[in-house]
Design a protein around this ligand. Structure first.
Ligand SMILES: C[S@@+](CC[C@H](N)C(=O)[O-])C[C@H]1O[C@@H](n2cnc3c(N)ncnc32)[C@H](O)[C@@H]1O
Length: 277
């Protein structure tokens, strides 16, 4: 049902601006004017869920006790979660041809899908590794996202037939068990992939470095300073010689290029000697 909480009255521009600012401070996500309608409708839903009659009342909830949890709910309501299996396919070819070939067989490969949405990216990585012959225990994939709803979906490992279409037929036959209306990722792959909530602009809990990081189509929603900070930190947890994959519209800034070699197609290798910032 349509909620007219925000439609009835002209927008309180200051209160609306404050909501945008809180979203950016919490998640890094910048909601430009072209997203005003989307923000209005998602805000109306959050206001209904919290029983707030107007925007100032909702701002009180965001700033009050327990406001941190509601800020995360609001952020989750505005994240763009578009994704698909084997999106930007050349990255998976590089994973198969370069990353796996260069691994140290004595150590399991650690790969991070940062901003993994509903999991298609992490499962695509896991399928690529398994198809190349890596056994359970030889590779681990971590998928993280700020939005707990998409992570819950990722963890089901179940996808509709239409969502599974980009999976190459050979991999589909090998790694996806049919279920009514779609398929479920094979148990052997589920053992290698973990999903955890993580806000990329907050603290990270990692102690070990990653061999490869996929952080694609996430920083595109951040401003330039937040992007640069994120990419600096990603390089900090990437082992020397490790791979960083960005979305097709994302590029490392000049200031970080000395640490990497650009492979084209928004894929970078960290120089073996690059100092960890
Ligand atoms: C467009 S999806 C990209 C999914 C996948 N990486 C891909 O390229 O298909 C962007 C994801 O980034 C997540 N995201 C946005 N801001 C984030 C933040 N501060 N921390 C963690 N994840 C964030 C969103 O929740 C969303 O699921």
């Amino acid at each position: 049902m349509r909620d007219d909480r925000l439609d009835a009255a002209p927008l309180d521009a200051r209160a609306f601006g404050r909501v945008r600012q809180l979203i950016q401070e919490t998640s890094g996500i910048v909601l430009g004017d072209h997203r005003t309608d989307m923000l209005r409708s998602r805000l109306a839903r959050r206001m209904a869920a919290t029983g707030c009659p107007d925007l100032p009342a909702y701002l009180d909830v965001l700033g009050g006790p327990g406001g941190g949890e509601e800020r995360m709910q609001l952020v989750s309501a505005v994240t763009i979660n578009v994704t698909q299996f084997f999106r930007e396919a050349p990255h998976f070819e590089l994973l198969r041809d370069e990353v796996i070939g260069a691994r140290n067989p004595a150590q399991p490969l650690r790969i991070w899908s940062a901003g993994c949405s509903t999991g298609e990216e992490a499962w695509s990585i896991a399928m690529t590794l398994a198809a190349a012959g890596l056994e359970t225990g030889e590779a681990a994939v971590l998928g993280t996202d700020i939005n707990r709803g998409v992570l819950a979906r990722a963890a089901t490992a179940c996808y509709r037939t239409s969502e599974l279409r980009p999976v190459p037929a050979l991999l589909r036959r090998r790694f996806i068990a049919p279920v009514p209306g779609g398929g479920q990722i094979a148990r052997t792959l589920q053992e290698r992939v973990g999903f955890r909530p993580l806000n990329l602009i907050a603290d990270w809990p990692f102690r070990a470095m990653f061999d490869a990081i996929f952080c694609r189509n996430v920083a595109i929603y951040f401003d330039a300073a937040t992007q640069a900070r994120l990419w600096t930190r990603l390089l900090g947890v990437l082992r020397p010689g490790g791979w960083l994959f960005l979305g097709h519209a994302e590029r490392l800034p000049e200031s970080l290029l000395a640490q990497v070699r650009y492979l084209g197609r928004t894929a970078y290798v960290k120089h073996p000697a690059a100092a960890t910032p």
